[in-house]
Write a protein of this length. Structure first.
Length: 225
Protein backbone atom coordinates (compact mmCIF):
# COMPACT_ATOMS: atom_id res chain seq x y z
CA UNK A 1 0.00 0.00 0.00
CA UNK A 2 2.75 2.50 0.89
CA UNK A 3 4.39 2.45 -2.57
CA UNK A 4 0.93 2.92 -4.08
CA UNK A 5 0.42 6.07 -2.00
CA UNK A 6 3.33 7.61 -3.91
CA UNK A 7 1.50 6.93 -7.18
CA UNK A 8 -0.23 10.14 -8.20
CA UNK A 9 -3.11 8.21 -9.75
CA UNK A 10 -3.92 6.43 -6.49
CA UNK A 11 -3.26 9.48 -4.34
CA UNK A 12 -5.53 11.49 -6.64
CA UNK A 13 -8.35 9.04 -6.02
CA UNK A 14 -7.88 9.25 -2.26
CA UNK A 15 -7.99 13.05 -2.37
CA UNK A 16 -11.07 12.98 -4.58
CA UNK A 17 -12.75 10.47 -2.28
CA UNK A 18 -11.94 12.62 0.75
CA UNK A 19 -13.51 15.64 -0.93
CA UNK A 20 -16.59 13.65 -1.93
CA UNK A 21 -17.03 12.32 1.61
CA UNK A 22 -16.77 15.85 3.00
CA UNK A 23 -19.37 17.10 0.52
CA UNK A 24 -21.62 14.14 1.33
CA UNK A 25 -21.60 15.16 4.98
CA UNK A 26 -22.81 18.61 3.93
CA UNK A 27 -25.54 17.32 1.60
CA UNK A 28 -26.66 14.71 4.13
CA UNK A 29 -27.82 17.46 6.48
CA UNK A 30 -30.00 19.17 3.85
CA UNK A 31 -33.75 19.27 4.41
CA UNK A 32 -34.38 17.82 0.95
CA UNK A 33 -32.47 14.63 1.90
CA UNK A 34 -31.07 14.16 -1.63
CA UNK A 35 -29.36 10.84 -0.83
CA UNK A 36 -32.60 9.15 0.21
CA UNK A 37 -33.64 8.56 -3.42
CA UNK A 38 -30.58 6.36 -3.96
CA UNK A 39 -29.65 5.10 -0.49
CA UNK A 40 -32.98 4.95 1.32
CA UNK A 41 -32.41 5.14 5.07
CA UNK A 42 -28.71 4.20 4.86
CA UNK A 43 -26.37 6.82 6.37
CA UNK A 44 -24.75 8.66 3.42
CA UNK A 45 -21.35 9.28 4.99
CA UNK A 46 -20.99 5.64 6.07
CA UNK A 47 -21.94 4.51 2.56
CA UNK A 48 -19.43 6.95 1.06
CA UNK A 49 -16.67 5.59 3.29
CA UNK A 50 -17.48 2.06 2.16
CA UNK A 51 -17.58 3.12 -1.48
CA UNK A 52 -14.24 4.90 -1.17
CA UNK A 53 -12.67 1.79 0.38
CA UNK A 54 -14.08 -0.41 -2.40
CA UNK A 55 -12.74 1.98 -5.02
CA UNK A 56 -9.29 1.97 -3.45
CA UNK A 57 -9.20 -1.83 -3.45
CA UNK A 58 -10.33 -1.89 -7.08
CA UNK A 59 -7.56 0.53 -8.05
CA UNK A 60 -4.99 -1.71 -6.38
CA UNK A 61 -5.94 -4.24 -9.05
CA UNK A 62 -6.54 -1.90 -12.00
CA UNK A 63 -3.40 0.23 -11.80
CA UNK A 64 -0.84 -2.58 -12.08
CA UNK A 65 -2.60 -4.09 -15.11
CA UNK A 66 -2.79 -0.74 -16.91
CA UNK A 67 -6.56 -0.33 -16.84
CA UNK A 68 -6.70 2.86 -14.77
CA UNK A 69 -4.58 5.54 -16.40
CA UNK A 70 -1.07 6.30 -17.54
CA UNK A 71 -0.84 9.58 -15.61
CA UNK A 72 -2.60 11.38 -12.77
CA UNK A 73 -4.07 14.08 -15.03
CA UNK A 74 -4.44 14.63 -18.79
CA UNK A 75 -2.62 17.38 -20.70
CA UNK A 76 -4.50 20.68 -20.57
CA UNK A 77 -5.69 20.42 -24.19
CA UNK A 78 -7.01 16.89 -23.72
CA UNK A 79 -8.69 17.92 -20.47
CA UNK A 80 -10.43 20.83 -22.19
CA UNK A 81 -11.64 18.57 -25.00
CA UNK A 82 -12.98 16.03 -22.52
CA UNK A 83 -14.75 18.79 -20.61
CA UNK A 84 -16.38 20.03 -23.80
CA UNK A 85 -17.41 16.47 -24.69
CA UNK A 86 -19.00 16.02 -21.26
CA UNK A 87 -21.04 19.18 -21.82
CA UNK A 88 -21.98 17.97 -25.29
CA UNK A 89 -23.39 14.75 -23.82
CA UNK A 90 -25.80 16.82 -21.72
CA UNK A 91 -27.30 18.65 -24.71
CA UNK A 92 -29.41 15.83 -26.25
CA UNK A 93 -30.59 14.71 -22.80
CA UNK A 94 -31.82 18.23 -22.05
CA UNK A 95 -33.67 18.23 -25.39
CA UNK A 96 -35.27 14.86 -24.60
CA UNK A 97 -36.38 16.28 -21.25
CA UNK A 98 -38.24 19.08 -23.03
CA UNK A 99 -40.04 16.59 -25.29
CA UNK A 100 -40.76 13.77 -22.83
CA UNK A 101 -39.97 15.20 -19.39
CA UNK A 102 -38.62 13.15 -16.55
CA UNK A 103 -40.41 13.62 -13.20
CA UNK A 104 -40.08 17.05 -11.65
CA UNK A 105 -38.18 15.70 -8.61
CA UNK A 106 -35.28 13.99 -10.43
CA UNK A 107 -32.84 16.79 -9.53
CA UNK A 108 -31.54 17.70 -6.11
CA UNK A 109 -32.37 21.38 -5.47
CA UNK A 110 -29.86 24.14 -5.03
CA UNK A 111 -27.79 24.81 -2.99
CA UNK A 112 -27.37 21.23 -1.74
CA UNK A 113 -27.00 20.05 -5.34
CA UNK A 114 -23.55 21.66 -5.36
CA UNK A 115 -22.45 19.20 -2.66
CA UNK A 116 -24.62 16.23 -3.58
CA UNK A 117 -23.64 15.68 -7.21
CA UNK A 118 -19.85 15.65 -6.74
CA UNK A 119 -20.43 13.17 -3.91
CA UNK A 120 -22.80 10.87 -5.79
CA UNK A 121 -20.46 11.00 -8.81
CA UNK A 122 -17.85 9.12 -6.77
CA UNK A 123 -20.44 6.47 -5.93
CA UNK A 124 -21.34 6.12 -9.61
CA UNK A 125 -17.73 5.87 -10.77
CA UNK A 126 -16.90 3.27 -8.15
CA UNK A 127 -20.05 1.14 -8.47
CA UNK A 128 -20.44 1.36 -12.25
CA UNK A 129 -16.78 1.36 -13.31
CA UNK A 130 -13.99 0.70 -10.82
CA UNK A 131 -15.34 -2.37 -9.05
CA UNK A 132 -16.82 -4.09 -12.16
CA UNK A 133 -13.65 -3.43 -14.17
CA UNK A 134 -11.52 -4.86 -11.38
CA UNK A 135 -13.64 -8.01 -11.37
CA UNK A 136 -13.52 -8.23 -15.17
CA UNK A 137 -9.73 -7.86 -15.12
CA UNK A 138 -9.65 -11.11 -13.16
CA UNK A 139 -12.13 -12.91 -15.42
CA UNK A 140 -11.03 -11.40 -18.75
CA UNK A 141 -7.35 -10.52 -18.41
CA UNK A 142 -5.79 -8.83 -21.45
CA UNK A 143 -9.25 -8.25 -22.95
CA UNK A 144 -9.87 -4.68 -21.90
CA UNK A 145 -12.39 -3.67 -24.56
CA UNK A 146 -14.50 -6.78 -24.06
CA UNK A 147 -14.61 -5.91 -20.38
CA UNK A 148 -15.24 -2.23 -21.15
CA UNK A 149 -18.27 -3.00 -23.33
CA UNK A 150 -19.74 -5.26 -20.65
CA UNK A 151 -19.16 -2.71 -17.89
CA UNK A 152 -20.49 0.17 -20.01
CA UNK A 153 -23.89 -1.53 -20.08
CA UNK A 154 -24.34 -1.60 -16.30
CA UNK A 155 -25.44 1.99 -15.75
CA UNK A 156 -27.81 2.06 -18.76
CA UNK A 157 -29.43 -1.16 -17.55
CA UNK A 158 -29.80 0.28 -14.04
CA UNK A 159 -31.37 3.51 -15.31
CA UNK A 160 -33.73 1.87 -17.79
CA UNK A 161 -34.90 -0.78 -15.31
CA UNK A 162 -35.57 1.99 -12.77
CA UNK A 163 -38.01 3.53 -15.25
CA UNK A 164 -39.86 0.35 -16.18
CA UNK A 165 -43.48 0.74 -15.19
CA UNK A 166 -43.47 4.52 -15.53
CA UNK A 167 -45.41 6.41 -18.17
CA UNK A 168 -42.22 7.20 -20.13
CA UNK A 169 -42.49 6.53 -23.88
CA UNK A 170 -40.52 3.49 -25.10
CA UNK A 171 -38.31 5.62 -27.31
CA UNK A 172 -36.98 7.40 -24.22
CA UNK A 173 -35.86 4.06 -22.79
CA UNK A 174 -34.05 3.34 -26.06
CA UNK A 175 -32.46 6.78 -26.01
CA UNK A 176 -31.24 6.31 -22.43
CA UNK A 177 -29.77 2.92 -23.24
CA UNK A 178 -27.84 4.18 -26.27
CA UNK A 179 -26.83 7.51 -24.78
CA UNK A 180 -25.63 6.12 -21.46
CA UNK A 181 -23.76 3.27 -23.12
CA UNK A 182 -21.85 5.77 -25.25
CA UNK A 183 -21.29 7.99 -22.21
CA UNK A 184 -19.91 5.09 -20.19
CA UNK A 185 -17.64 3.89 -23.00
CA UNK A 186 -16.11 7.37 -23.26
CA UNK A 187 -15.63 7.46 -19.50
CA UNK A 188 -14.02 4.03 -19.39
CA UNK A 189 -11.69 5.02 -22.24
CA UNK A 190 -10.78 8.18 -20.30
CA UNK A 191 -10.23 6.08 -17.19
CA UNK A 192 -7.84 3.78 -19.00
CA UNK A 193 -5.87 6.59 -20.63
CA UNK A 194 -5.93 9.35 -18.02
CA UNK A 195 -7.04 7.80 -14.74
CA UNK A 196 -9.92 7.89 -12.30
CA UNK A 197 -9.71 11.59 -11.46
CA UNK A 198 -10.30 12.46 -15.13
CA UNK A 199 -13.20 10.00 -15.44
CA UNK A 200 -14.69 11.40 -12.24
CA UNK A 201 -14.27 14.97 -13.50
CA UNK A 202 -15.99 14.03 -16.77
CA UNK A 203 -19.04 12.86 -14.85
CA UNK A 204 -19.06 15.89 -12.56
CA UNK A 205 -19.05 18.24 -15.56
CA UNK A 206 -21.95 16.30 -17.10
CA UNK A 207 -23.85 16.46 -13.81
CA UNK A 208 -23.14 20.19 -13.54
CA UNK A 209 -24.80 20.78 -16.90
CA UNK A 210 -27.64 18.26 -16.70
CA UNK A 211 -28.56 18.08 -13.02
CA UNK A 212 -27.40 21.43 -11.64
CA UNK A 213 -27.60 23.94 -14.51
CA UNK A 214 -30.62 22.49 -16.31
CA UNK A 215 -32.08 21.28 -13.04
CA UNK A 216 -32.25 24.85 -11.79
CA UNK A 217 -34.41 26.02 -14.71
CA UNK A 218 -36.45 22.95 -15.74
CA UNK A 219 -39.12 23.32 -13.03
CA UNK A 220 -40.23 26.73 -14.29
CA UNK A 221 -39.72 25.87 -17.95
CA UNK A 222 -41.40 22.46 -17.97
CA UNK A 223 -43.77 22.51 -14.99
CA UNK A 224 -44.45 26.21 -14.42
CA UNK A 225 -43.40 26.02 -10.80
Amino acid sequence: MMPMLRDGRFAGYLLTAGLAIGLASVAAGAASAPFSRFLGALPPVAVMLGVAAAGAVALLRLLPVGWAGQSALPPARDGALLGALALAFAVPTIWVDTVAPWPRDINAPLPEALAFYPAIALVAETVFHLVPLALCSLLLPRRFWTAAICVAMIEPAFQVLAEIGSDAPPWRHAYMALHLTAFNLVQIAALRRYGIVTAYGFRVIYYAAWHVGWGAVRLDMLFGA
